[in-house]
Ligand binder design. Structure first.
Ligand SMILES: [Zn+2]
Length: 189
């Protein structure tokens, strides 16, 4: 039976080794990577990501590059703009929303939540592909609270400085506790 985690080696003629149910560690010529694929209940792929865990030269192996893919197409910029409007309406509290895959399309879900000036508690939504939260008047950076929350597999966007016309935004992909920065312009279409 497959383990939760797989361990693989990126040889020059392809990846060898057992794949895990949740994610795989891959040793490559330029270090150690983690790779995961998120599937909807029907088995449809919603998100794929490869994140570098550590840099190291490993002789004779092929290198890997970090990557984020949306197999169902990029999420809609419309949903990002809707979230932006929602967050700007409530600049004194943190606001949370998620782009989820449901019934064959992306939807914006705004779950039950309790936001304060420094934190937001929310009910996680199934099949979240991208989640977004705001930091009110504070800067857009992933806090230790965010690190503690983002232990699953998803893309996250944080929005800050809502008191400024030129708000701040940062994005990252989280793969079970490993994070890698993503350019927000590469997420939405
Ligand atoms: Zn945060």
């Amino acid at each position: 039976m497959k383990g939760i985690v797989g361990y693989q080696v990126n040889h020059r003629d392809g990846v060898l080794g057992e794949s895990g149910q949740a994610y795989d560690y891959i040793m490559a010529g330029n270090g150690l990577f983690v790779r995961a694929e998120k599937l909807a209940p029907g088995g449809l792929a919603l998100l794929r990501a490869t994140v570098q865990v550590a840099e190291a030269p490993v002789r004779e192996l092929a290198p890997l590059a970090p990557a984020v893919e949306f197999p169902q197409g990029k999420p809609l910029e419309l949903h990002w703009h809707a979230f932006l409007a929602l967050a700007k309406q409530r600049p004194s509290v943190e606001v949370y929303a998620a782009v989820v895959w449901r019934d064959g399309a992306y939807h914006l879900a705004v779950p039950e939540q309790e936001g304060t000036g420094a934190h937001v508690e929310y009910q996680a939504v199934a099949d979240t592909v991208v989640d977004m939260h705001s930091h009110g008047h504070m800067g857009a950076w992933f806090s230790t609270t965010d690190d503690a929350d983002d232990t699953g597999f998803k893309v996250s966007v944080v929005l800050g400085r809502l008191d400024m016309l030129t708000y701040e935004v940062e994005a990252r992909v989280s793969v079970y506790g490993y994070h890698d920065r993503v350019y927000v312009g590469d997420i939405f279409r």
